[in-house]
Design a protein around this ligand. Structure first.
Ligand code: GDP
Length: 436
């Protein structure tokens, strides 16, 4: 969904790469490009304005950290501001102290409410809850049947009005649904409501009446992220009408520009709780502002590394290491030094796990234990400075000497040297890719 925006932002930020210092003009130019990228992605104008103002102020301000180079600093600021407009902390579902928790779904027709009801029900079941669905969308001819199908797939019961009684009263169905949930001891009730193609008074009135009748713990406004700028208007209308406590974005798998996702929280002041990204029940996730921001910036958990590096490294050392990594000139001496610094930051497997591409190394990471690292340290310490500086000179007889000196097998020395070459290659590729 955010491909275009992501490409644009990545390239804007990459243009800063290699600059030793950023002038005001550099920052202004970067801010302008980010502004255009956001507007083209359909982000609402007031949101863009606030965002750009904050980024500029912070980039020019004195908070600038010694541990990062200018490009990294701007990446960090843009990332943090993105996380901010997406809501900051992950917002969890509010569960009632006295079950059942009642969750009401509201939104336009076609937004994906019914589908979401199934997804949410399945997800809740996975969390050990015993949800029940209540069909209050009596407007759309097929809505009740559709909810029943979805409920069956999710393996949860559906409370629906008996067929053959005319259209029925959704408020009454909602009330009876809650009673039934209490009786059958379901701990969460999801109330699906009717939407219209556009915001209209009668629909809003009905939603307000249902809300008053069932006193939900959460009202989730479901919005199709593909509808662009309209999402903001619809969200405002629902906020001022029935009101809501959280947002669910649907159709994030589409190829639209994604501005809705970036605007809705800032414009309505309500957090995004979940994201839907496909038609299948599994295509659904808790919304994490920080993960979404790094996805938009296309930098994976590299950003986390920036943060941790900032805490653990001193500025000169970090800069020197980054340059060496990028140019493929890392030596075993640097490697040892960095390993010692990294080990101060916590278990290595956690850190390596954050590197892009680390997914493929999962098995190796699982086997990585700290004792092994002690041996690696011992091997490197058993090398002469010349060997650490240029590991290529470590031939068979040197390997034997190092192995004997550090009390390990020759194969372990071989392993280390080979892996070092591989790692050096990977790091320099990565540094190129991320412009760091
Ligand atoms: P409702 O009118 O709000 O209840 O919307 P529905 O749940 O009936 O969804 C409308 C259409 O959108 C259906 O065809 C769904 O399959 C589809 N849909 C719902 N959520 C998603 C999603 O996250 N991604 C995609 N691609 N389609 C979705």
């Amino acid at each position: 969904m955010f491909n275009t925006l992501s490409d644009r932002l990545t390239s804007v930020l990459q243009n800063l790469r290699g600059k030793g210092r950023l002038s005001e003009a550099d920052i202004d130019a970067t801010a302008r490009e980010i502004r255009v990228a956001l507007l083209e992605a359909d982000v609402a104008l007031p949101v863009v304005r606030t965002f750009i103002a904050k980024v500029k102020e912070r980039a020019k301000g004195s908070e600038v950290s010694q541990a990062l180079n200018p490009a990294q600093q701007v990446v960090k600021i843009v990332n943090e501001e993105l996380v901010g407009i997406l809501g900051g902390e992950t917002r969890r579902l509010n569960l009632a102290k006295n079950p059942p928790t009642v969750i009401m779904l509201a939104g336009l027709q076609g937004a994906g409410k019914t589908t979401l009801a199934g997804k949410l029900a399945k997800w809740l079941r996975g969390q050990g809850h015993t949800p029940m669905l209540v069909a209050c969308d009596l407007q759309r001819p097929n809505a009740v049947t559709q909810l029943q199908v979805v409920g069956e797939r999710a393996g949860v019961p559906v409370f629906a009005p008996e067929p053959g009684n005319g259209v029925g009263d959704p408020v009454d169905v909602a009330r009876r649904g809650i009673d039934e949930a209490k009786r059958a001891q379901h701990d969460v009730v999801l109330v699906d409501t009717a939407g219209r193609l556009g915001v209209d008074e009668e629909m809003m009135r009905q939603a307000i009446d249902i809300r008053a009748a069932v006193q939900p713990d959460e009202v989730l406004f479901v919005v199709d992220a593909m509808i662009g700028q309209d999402a903001v208007n619809t969200a405002t209308a629902f906020r001022d009408g029935v009101g809501f406590t959280g947002v669910v974005l649907t159709k994030l798998d589409g190829d639209a520009r994604g501005g809705a996702a970036l605007s809705v929280r800032e414009v309505t002041g309500q957090p995004i709780l979940f994201a839907s990204n496909g038609e299948k029940l599994e295509d659904f996730d808790v919304f994490h502002p920080d993960r979404m921001a790094s996805r938009i910036l296309g930098m994976g958990d590299m950003l986390t590394l920036i943060e941790q590096a900032e805490q653990a490294f001193d500025a000169d050392q970090a800069e020197a290491a980054a340059v060496k990594m990028g140019s493929g000139q890392l030596t075993l001496e640097d490697f040892l030094e960095q390993m010692l610094t990294l080990r101060k930051m916590g278990p290595i497997a956690n850190l390596l796990g954050m590197l892009p591409g680390a997914g493929q190394m999962k098995d190796q990471l699982a086997n990585l234990d700290e004792k092994h690292l002690d041996r690696v340290q011992a091997i490197i310490r058993g090398m002469t400075p010349a060997e650490r500086d240029d590991p290529k000179i470590i031939n068979a007889s040197r390997r034997l000497r190092i192995a004997n000196g550090s009390g390990v097998r020759v194969s372990e020395v071989n392993d280390l040297v080979n892996r070092f070459f591989e790692a050096r290659k990977m790091m320099s590729q990565m540094a190129g890719r991320f412009g760091l």
